[in-house]
Design a protein around this ligand. Sequence first.
Ligand SMILES: [Zn+2]
Length: 62
Amino acid sequence: MAREVACKRCKAVTIGKVCPVCKSTDLSPDWSGIILIFDPAKSRVAATLDIILPHKYALKVA
Ligand SMILES: [Zn+2]
């Protein structure tokens, strides 16, 4: 199974080489915590983390 990486810019978690959310290639394998955002507009957590798109995000990215 491919190791998941997290985007340093928006914290989205992906197994690809490019962030599916902000298209950044600045990805880190060193992250922790996971949060699923389904409806950013209604999520207080999403607002806190500046999340706009529904996706899987890391809580901390090193
Ligand atoms: Zn990103």
